[in-house]
Design a protein around this ligand. Sequence first.
Ligand code: BT5
Length: 329
Amino acid sequence: MSIDAQILSALRQASRGAVSGAELSQKLGISRAAIWARIEELRQLGYDIEASPHAGYRLVSVPDVLHGDDLQSLLPGNRIIGRDIRVFEETGSTNDIVEKLARDGVREGVVVFAESQTQGRGRLGRKWFSPPRKGLWFSVLLRPDLRPQAATQLTVAAATALARAIQQVTELRPQIKWPNDILIRGKKVAGVLTELNAELDHVKYLILGIGVDVNISASELPRDLHATATSLRIETGHMVHRAELAAAILRGLDDDYTRIREGKFAELSDEWEKQCETIGKRVVIRVGERQMAGLVESLDEDGALLLRTEHGRLERVIGGDVALEKKAG
Ligand code: BT5
């Protein structure tokens, strides 16, 4: 952890609300003057840190910016996801930045956030609206020991972690729409874009791109998204602290990734199925030019959707767009 992350972490944990310069200096192994200089830097970034000669430093409020060190200070030490966090003010797509890091051999777990994206994308080249400071737009590099067919497990992990974190932080009750949407009251609030580089029998690396609409107001949503999209702010009626939500998502994703690595995907898919609105419903799934109708039964051990078709066959579906079947008449 960097010095700033350690300072923020100590300020957050301070039992009496404040921590003295001497304590910080001893804990971090740097001089009190150096601590003072770091605190000044943090203040410049918008962290309101009070200093009193008796009590010491107290964290009064944090700004609504994403800051790698601050995010680090909100995460537990021993983890894979988020051991390296980088924040950009603006990028094309965070998935492209992570792709480059992957090709350069950077180890798994690195997370890249952008305050805004100019070329944010969804699946099949669709556009993803990513305005400055209103959401979480980030990508995670993973190097899982999986067959390419099982990569969907990670989309399932991301969706589960997202639904859980949103519920923890906002008390809203999100639903998962297979394969990659998180909905609140039927409208999309988050999406996952999983991109893969694989050989025939194993995944070389996988990029989880995650977009969450956090503080977008109704009037800021583009016209074409009005009917289908929402944000946590619209649903709760108040602003949501993005760093806190980001940390909750990363913690949950790290737990889920551990479960996958330990061969416990079944636990994860049980949790997913409980929050999935598509299970047990009659749906129509479009995969490219093909269209299949049937009843959604469950996920299989690779994370694929099992669909009982009209003809009674069980189809294994790994991607596509799902719509609930409209009743005839
Ligand atoms: C997705 O695609 O839902 C995946 C979205 C992943 C975005 C993240 S942000 C960080 C990372 N970097 C990237 O470049 N991407 C990832 P899909 O299921 O294809 O849905 C795309 C559709 O959602 C669009 O065609 C719009 O209809 C709608 N949409 C676009 N922006 C939206 C937004 N901000 N909120 C809700 N819906 C949106």
